[in-house]
Ligand binder design. Structure first.
Ligand code: PEP
Ligand code: MG
Length: 363
């Protein structure tokens, strides 16, 4: 864990004195959470849960889940993941000692779980006592040409509600377990890739129903909230409708940039340098928030959301949350916090303070 000392520590202390916008971190493990806290993070703005599914034993459960034909079969496959996820979340809550933690439901494209290799397909067919052809048919059915615009985010949680149920159970049970040990945490459960109000409501219902069942089972409760990523342009446009249901917004400017420009996040590196060299683009919009275009959607989404809920908590968790000019833009938009990778926390704190001072000087 890093330790701040000398002039660095002094500058950070001064930053805290002035900064009005909070700085959280993106962290998926207790280790990252602790590093970020040492750098002064005031919470977690994004825990991506997808990496938690790619270890050997976990991906196997996911593969069995997508191959299962019945709800019962899907729930059974996910049963193995529940205790592991609960431990994941307990570790993160513990590291944050009661600071706010936003956990995002599963977001990778479904295609990453599809068993593409013949050997894996054979193994699964044997273990599940189904014909190899059935596995092959399912793989063909789930194949996508454009996975990043396909079956991912809440689309996954809505077509396989058992995933949302399992993750909610893991989050709420982890919070209850910590409560028994004297650590209060109020999880913020975040739904990814929402584009329509009904997509959000469908997920919200599963989350709230699951939490209610657990509270009855345990005869105990924890506070929690349910919010959404705003990362599909349509969600920014419909932010007022979404805010009627969502407890908070977090702008996913990586996807929002991808979908607003129509540049693939994964392939843009191939031609963006040429665009920049020719002056067609001044900077890489995946690094520096495009205030002229994408920023308009961020402003509009914030305003429309707050027109319904004036105190709506709004943050950003895309890579821009740790880039100085973008952080200043977030301050000017009235965000409650920015969230960035652990090692960018100090710079975000400094910029938050500078933006506050600049704005107050203007007044
Ligand atoms: C985003 O899209 O900005 C975001 C934070 O989510 P991810 O990078 O995981 O898609
Ligand atoms: Mg995203």
């Amino acid at each position: 864990e890093p330790e701040l000392s000398g002039e660095f520590a002094e500058i950070m202390k001064l930053s805290n004195k002035y900064a009005k916008m909070k700085v959280r971190t993106n962290a998926d493990t207790p280790k990252d959470a602790k590093i970020a806290r040492a750098f002064g993070a005031e919470g977690i703005g994004l825990t991506r849960t997808e990496h938690m599914f790619f270890e050997v034993d976990r991906i196997k459960a996911m593969r069995e889940m997508i191959l299962a034909d019945t709800v019962k079969g899907r729930k059974q496959a996910l049963q193995d993941l529940l205790p592991m996820q609960r431990t994941d979340f307990e570790g993160i809550f513990e590291a944050m000692e009661g600071l706010p933690v936003t956990i995002r439901l599963l977001d990778p494209p479904l295609h990453e779980f599809v068993p593409h290799q013949l050997a894996t397909q054979k193994e699964l067919a044997e273990e599940m006592h189904i014909p190899l052809q059935a596995v092959k048919n399912k793989v063909a059915e789930l194949e996508e040409f454009n996975p990043m615009l396909g079956h991912r985010g809440c689309r996954l949680g809505n077509t396989y509600p058992e995933i949302t149920e399992m993750q909610t159970r893991a989050i709420i049970e982890a919070a209850l377990n910590l409560k028994e040990r004297g650590i209060t945490c109020k999880p913020e459960i975040m739904v990814p890739l929402v584009g329509t109000v009904d997509e959000f409501i469908t997920q919200e219902c599963i989350i709230r129903d699951t939490a209610k069942i657990i509270f009855e089972e345990r005869n105990d409760k924890v506070e929690y909230s349910v919010g959404t990523m705003i990362e599909v342009p349509r969600a920014a446009l419909l932010a007022d409708k979404i805010a009627e249901h969502a407890d908070f917004f977090s702008f996913g400017t990586n996807d929002l940039t991808q979908m607003t420009f129509g540049y693939s996040r994964d392939d843009a590196g191939k031609f963006l340098p040429i665009y920049i060299q020719k002056g067609i683009l001044k900077v890489d919009p995946f690094e520096v928030l495009d205030q002229e275009g994408v920023g308009q959607l961020v402003k509009l989404g914030t305003e429309r959301g707050r027109s319904i809920k004036p105190n709506l908590k709004v943050g950003i968790c895309g890579e821009h949350g740790g880039e100085p000019s973008s952080v200043e833009f977030c301050y000017n938009t009235g965000m409650n916090y920015v969230s960035c990778s652990p090692f960018r926390v100090p710079i975000a704190r400094l910029v938050s303070a500078q933006a506050t001072i600049k704005a107050e000087r203007r007044v």
